[in-house]
Ligand binder design. Structure first.
Ligand SMILES: CC(C)(COP(=O)(O)OP(=O)(O)OC[C@H]1O[C@@H](n2cnc3c(N)ncnc32)[C@H](O)[C@@H]1OP(=O)(O)O)[C@@H](O)C(=O)NCCC(=O)NCCS
Length: 238
């Protein structure tokens, strides 16, 4: 019987490569991808792509942990819910050179990338991503499947609703309230509350034009092949 720790990663995407790297650096030895692009896709860099989500649900007893590595917040949320409903051991991954306060709380399925900082009494729901060199200040409350993109800084005591994006390099002033399904554009400065499903950008952040509203549902060009499935998305429009 092998003592190697076996991790299943759902989502053979660019983000999946980052998740695999963090997993290796935090002690997981055997990594296997699943992606709904299987069987068209059978390899992802060094790793096998073994099957689709239903196949992963079947294979769950063979893994010590499972994580969803899908950039699209709404799809990540739907997949995570399916896994949790099947009793999967969903784990969080923290890069060894990220800093997470022992007084902060992370729900299952969170990914904290190199250089990120999560401060005291911050609370993150399931499936959140705090990306490269991003920060989440003290007492922040992030609901499920929020993504704080590379280099974004969320000051203390900010509330962010489920599936919202804080774009790369954005800054959010302390105490702000950001709704669900919001897209904060790269480089924005959020100095006022933002309502549900708004797409905002600029300094100070203001609502962007209608074409941006479409992009708000899928701001990553580097999303998983899982996106090609006809899945319900809770990310976007009502
Ligand atoms: C906000 C965002 C979603 C808009 O996407 P989009 O709809 O494709 O945007 P477009 O390129 O069509 O631009 C629409 C308008 O918004 C403006 N705009 C776009 N992004 C902007 C931003 N970040 N800040 C300010 N204005 C922005 C454009 O200049 C354009 O203005 P115009 O109509 O006056 O010409 C996108 O630009 C963005 O910032 N995404 C964040 C990406 C990110 O952080 N990725 C992290 C990956 S880990």
């Amino acid at each position: 019987m092998s003592n190697r720790r076996r991790l299943a990663i759902l989502g053979a995407s660019g983000h999946g490569k980052v998740v695999a790297d963090i997993a290796i650096q935090s002690g997981w030895q055997d990594l296997t991808f699943y992606d709904d692009a299987w069987p068209r896709m059978t390899r992802h860099e060094h790793w096998e792509v073994r099957g689709t989500l239903p196949m992963l649900l079947h294979d769950l007893p063979g893994f010590d942990g499972v994580i969803v590595a899908i950039g699209h917040n709404g799809i990540r949320e739907a997949k995570l819910e399916a896994l949790l409903a099947h009793g999967a051991r969903v784990v969080s991954l923290v890069h060894p050179r990220a800093t997470v306060s022992p007084l902060a709380k992370l729900g299952p399925g969170c990914v904290v990338v190199a250089g990120a900082v999560i401060n005291a009494f911050a609370s993150l729901g399931e499936g959140c991503i705090v990306n490269t060199c991003a920060s989440v200040g003290h007492d922040c409350r992030l609901a499920a499947c929020v993504h704080v993109a590379p280099g974004a800084n969320v000051a203390g005591d900010v509330e962010i609703g489920r599936t919202s994006w804080i774009g790369a390099g954005a800054a959010v002033r302390q105490g702000m309230n950001i709704g669900e399904g919001v897209m904060v554009g790269a480089g924005a400065a959020v100095v006022a509350d933002v309502g549900d499903r708004q797409v905002v950008g600029g300094v100070p952040a203001r609502p962007l034009s209608p074409s941006s509203a479409e992009a708000g549902a899928d701001p990553l060009s580097d999303t998983s092949n899982v996106l090609r499935l006809n899945l319900p998305s809770s990310q976007g429009r009502p």
